[in-house]
Write a protein that binds this ligand. Structure first.
Ligand code: PGA
Length: 251
């Protein structure tokens, strides 16, 4: 039994007042939802205030990235421990925008997942192919590489809490969602990979989220797929109405 997860990735949007406004609108809208785990990932600067505004709700807080060291001379970086101080229970790692624009590699993703786990954060580890990789038939090979390097050296007892997010890069922010069939095919493949890396029983318990232009009108179809356990939502998480309606996909 895998509890669905709907996570909102606010990216570099929402300064303090707007972030608090969004949370204030969102919380009453999802108050009765107890069969879906809801997570929001605001920018670093508003984490503590959003954490305060979430107190007494069932919504969890996530960072959008972290460094792999606990402290040191690493100007501009934020450690997993600092995210915990700010009220986070989760952290997004390896988002394609970080891979694309900020030099994130499978190796740094691996270091960050390990550091996050060690600090007690739950990583939401992102994988996904570019349009070029899909068109040249490399999708599954790319995902296999990202997953096997990303999880290298992480034992089953540590990996049990992990959340994986499959986000085809060509579907992010483009309004072009993968079809339910395309997404299900990849999710089943990813679960199979996890079964090979760990074992089938383990893979059956892990949540695999889909991300890329998830909206209120496509969430139901995606969630009806056997191996899709939730969504990582960008654009549609910036409005309380659309995010709440995605959270309430089953209602
Ligand atoms: P999108 O972003 O929903 O705006 O496509 C998803 C993501 O980047 O996590």
């Amino acid at each position: 039994m895998r509890i669905p997860v709907i996570a909102g990735n606010w990216k570099m949007f929402k300064r303090a007042a707007d972030a608090l406004d969004l949370v204030k609108k969102l919380t009453p809208m999802v108050v009765g939802v107890d069969d879906v785990q809801v997570i929001v990932a605001p920018s670093f600067t508003v984490l503590p205030s959003v954490h305060g505004a979430l107190s007494g709700t069932r919504i969890s807080l996530s960072g959008q990235d972290c460094f792999w060291g606990e402290e040191g001379a690493f100007t501009g970086e934020v450690s997993p421990g600092m995210l915990i101080d700010a009220g986070c229970s989760h952290v997004i790692i390896g988002h394609s925008e970080r891979r694309q624009h900020f030099g994130e590699t499978d190796e740094t993703v691996n270091k960050k997942i390990k550091a996050a786990l060690q600090a007690g954060l739950i990583p939401i580890a992102c994988i996904g192919e570019t349009l070029q990789e899909r068109e040249s038939g490399d999708t599954l090979a790319v995902l296999e590489r990202q997953l096997s390097f990303g999880l290298a050296g992480i034992p089953e007892e540590d990996a049990g809490c992990l959340i994986i997010a499959y986000e085809p890069v060509w579907a992010i922010g483009t309004g072009r969602t993968a079809t339910d069939e395309q997404a299900q095919e990849v999710h089943a493949f990813v679960r199979g990979l996890l079964a090979r890396i760990y074992h089938p029983g383990f893979a059956d318990r892990l949540r695999i989220l889909y991300g890329g232009s998830v909206k209120p009108d496509n969430i139901k179809g995606l969630m009806s797929c056997t191996d899709i356990d939730g969504a990582l939502v960008g654009g549609a998480s910036l409005s309380a109405e659309s995010f709440a309606s995605i959270v309430k996909f089953g209602k």
